[in-house]
Design a binder for this molecule. Sequence first.
Ligand SMILES: N[C@@H](CCOP(=O)(O)O)C(=O)O
Length: 431
Amino acid sequence: MKFYSLNNQNIQATFKEAVIAGIAPDKGLYFPESIIPLPADFFENIEKLSNHEIAFQAIHQFVSEDIPDEALKDIIANTLDFDFPVVEIEENVATLELFHGPTMAFKDVGARFMANCLGYFSQGEKQDVTVLVATSGDTGGAVANGFLGVDGVKVVILYPSGKVSEIQEKQLTTLGLNIEAMEVDGVFDDCQRMVKTAFLDTEITDHKKLTSANSINVARWLPQLFYFLFAYKQAKPKGKEIVFSVPSGNFGNICAGMVAQKLGMPVKHFVASTNVNDVVPKFMESGVYEPMPSVATISNAMDVGDPSNFVRIRHLYQDDLETLQKSLSSYSFTDENTKAIMKEVYSKTGYVMDPHGAVGYLGLKEYQKSNPNTFGIFLETAHPVKFLDVVQDTLEISPKIPPQIMKVMDKEKKSYKISSYEELKQFLLDD
Ligand SMILES: N[C@@H](CCOP(=O)(O)O)C(=O)O
């Protein structure tokens, strides 16, 4: 299987090359040259398969030329050692809880899968790889945890100062070893821009192997399709068609779900639910894609003003708006909407949603207004305690802090403050 650049399909790479480079030499995102549907009996008998077997069969076609089956099984076993429960919270509405991993966010899956692949590819390599990653909240912690101590790999995480939660900041600034954090005076888009500029900077790339652990990297992005399949396996839709509502920031997660659909998973529709960073909802109405500076919200991991992966979604639907509208709807919600629904759902059902999950719930309910005969699954992308202040203030409860989080709470934050690309460049050149 080859991966081509979305800027120029003649530029191609193997999975290994695409993972190590992060993005194509023309700065396009890599995309698989084909997505071959899985056999129908895979879906008919999915309940009999373990999560590891599902993941293996789903990812095999994309990676098998570079990773032998036994190594792939190990990578999957190292990645998926926690649960992905589907919890029905009201009639025809369930949530897929993606927060049972080590950093309590959905990013654990992609980060661990990629770290394991890079660890596998780096065996016997002389030159270290430097992984650059921009985070608006959850990616940073997951990448720090997933790559901690991986031989031959150094990680530099850029995050917007003052715009991630206290727990998210602890997760990405306290681990040490091969993980360094850069606290950027700016917003997430500034971090993402600095990372992309570094990839273009030959003064750096002449000396260093750089790659990305954001979802632009195929090894971070593609494994996110696993848990859509795990949700399908568990869902009890009672004859209704399934709709997924995905809280969306950089749009890698929902795009991976759409790949699962292309693999044959029966899904009626996807809903991309956003906060007020609403470039995609606007595009879905007007067909005009207009990036904007990101706005800080209580669902901070989705504070993205120019989502990297939307180009992959457009490509999946031949860049045709009408075709895309048949498969995807997109709605945006304010912080006030988000807090109000967190309260309402908590008082009606006792279920505690985090602000991102709450946006997903709102999007699902909006879609179901005109499509009532559907079974909806919204993704709970992070554990509510990661947004302790918001949850405490909104619901007036004090959730118990799980051990994964307690572990980092007392550790000392260590970060380098930077305010320009030049400072990042100097840091990388000195390192
Ligand atoms: N939501 C993100 C922003 C980066 O997204 P990614 O999936 O491309 O890494 C975050 O939590 O940092």
